[in-house]
Design a protein around this ligand. Sequence first.
Ligand code: NAD
Length: 233
Amino acid sequence: MSEKRIVVLTGAGISAESGVRTFRDGDGLWEEHRIEDVATPQAWRADPMFVWRFYQARRRQLLDVKPNPAHFALAEMAQNREHFTLITQNVDDLHERAGTSNTIHMHGRLETLRCERSGRNEVRMDENELLDEFLTCSCCSEPVRLRPDIVWFGETPMFMNEIYAAVEQCDVFVVVGSSGHVYPAANLVNIAKAAGATTMLVNLEAPLNVDAFDEVHLGKAGVLLPDLLKRLA
Ligand code: NAD
């Protein structure tokens, strides 16, 4: 029998036990900020320095946090299976640091910055690149300002063709640590289900789209996910 195709979608909840705060655990704020003030193209246009400093703080925070057992369990599965796809809504690098090298970051990454003119991104994580001042690109003849390489609300997520192809072909679709508020990520479970996949959830509390899951495991990802993945292996 051929190996089952497994697709996992992670959200901010998987990094909570590593000390990275989620959006919607209590107050609906991201590190004390309203989403509209730091995660929209309008906010960037209105006050780019404020938005830049918010993301520079998030980028510096990457140096202080470590992957947790949920990230490591996914890395082990990624290394041992041929048909495995990890999609994340997260912008942190904890999946990579746990050992999953080909994670699909649908909402961008903190480690990279994007040229506002060419759209090219580049890793800029040296110590002197994590300060509060703007940085410029290394791709244009006259270097221009870099923006966070983040998909803001109202922008189109990245790699959607690749994501839909993986989800439409999977046998098992697992969501970990996502509140089901952010689209199109929150709809992927419906696409998987329509394609005949078994759908599973690991989340601290029931998300908005809980009814779309065949199996619901409520609790901490770092505690529940390693055992769930062993069962699927
Ligand atoms: P969300 O913040 O809307 O929801 C997080 C969910 O995780 C909640 O339902 C919560 O109950 C659950 N949760 C909290 N702790 C958990 C734990 N230990 N184990 C399992 N579940 C836990 O997150 P979202 O659905 O990913 O949407 C938020 C958006 O914010 C994403 O697009 C993402 O790009 C961005 N974001 C990213 C990060 C990050 O990269 N770590 C952090 C904050 C926000």
